[in-house]
Design a protein around this ligand. Structure first.
Ligand SMILES: Nc1ncnc2c1ncn2[C@@H]1O[C@H](COP(=O)(O)OP(=O)(O)O)[C@@H](O)[C@H]1O
Ligand SMILES: [Mg+2]
Length: 245
């Protein structure tokens, strides 16, 4: 589902973390958002998902303006986000965690978690999502016993379980070993076209291999949007971010 931002601005006191950001993610596109630490990537994602509101500007999902919509209604409108910092329940097993994400999208899904854990309507979609991220064999393992890379795979399963067409993924490879992030990038490649994806990622090899287009954010401003080749060729981007090598 197409996502478009127009002139989005947000400040924290005197700090302007998002300045007049225009950004369009076309339906089925994998669009990467890159930029140095503190550039405002996570803050921008939060404004799209509804944890934060912009001070001004407009955010449109499909044909719906969602700028002032609360986060739970945006989720129902078709957005799912992953967080840079893990939000997993360590004492539950992998399948329980995904079942909770499934529950969040079901009508009347605010029942007691104690009941939800044994609800078969949650079990099947939860197992399905675990299978899609390669964790089928780890369904019964407590989160606290999963490897770091498996936890990030689990978070992706929870995003997929929400069955939203548009995904906001904030550094899904953070802290992963080379092997784990290779597996994760193959996973993301398998989602291409079936989802509209905005991906925040630091590893440029991964970004350049996965993304259809890339937007470069520096000090809250989107300074450039283009294909991987166009981004590589752009001198301003090289100076601001990629290094001039
Ligand atoms: N709630 C907040 N209050 C004040 N400043 C914040 C808040 N959240 C983020 N910031 C600041 O906004 C800037 C952008 O942060 P962030 O969006 O996390 O950057 P990135 O994800 O690109 O590393 C940083 O300078 C950060 O310190
Ligand atoms: Mg961030």
């Amino acid at each position: 589902m197409r996502l478009a931002l127009r002139k989005v601005c947000r400040s924290f006191g005197a700090l302007r973390v998002t300045q007049d950001v225009d950004l369009a993610v076309e339906t089925g596109e994998l669009h990467a958002l890159i930029g140095p630490n503190g550039a405002g990537k996570t803050t921008l994602i939060s404004q799209i998902s509804g944890e934060l509101f912009p001070d001004s500007g407009e955010i449109v999902l499909g044909d719906q303006a969602i700028t002032r919509m609360p986060a739970h209604r945006r989720a129902a409108a078709g957005l799912a986000r992953s967080f840079q910092i893990s939000q997993l329940y360590a004492d539950f097993d992998a399948e329980d965690n995904v079942a909770m994400a499934v529950q969040a999208r079901l009508p009347g899904g605010f029942g007691m978690w104690r009941d939800a854990r044994s609800d078969p309507r949650l079990r099947e979609p939860a197992r399905d999502a675990l299978g899609r991220v390669g964790l089928a064999q780890r369904a019964g393992v407590r989160v606290s016993e999963l490897a770091h890379g498996e936890k990030r795979q689990l978070e992706l399963a929870m995003v997929l379980a929400r069955e939203a067409p548009t995904l906001l993924l904030d550094e899904p490879m953070a802290g992963m070993s080379a092997e784990e992030s290779h597996r994760m990038s193959q996973l993301l490649a398998s989602l291409k076209r079936r989802y509209t994806i905005l991906l925040v990622e630091h590893d440029m090899d991964i970004v350049f291999s996965l993304a259809d287009r890339i937007t470069v954010l520096v000090y809250g401003r989107a300074i450039f949007t283009g294909t991987p080749q166009e981004v590589r060729a752009n001198a301003e981007v090289r100076n601001a971010y990629l290094g001039s090598d």
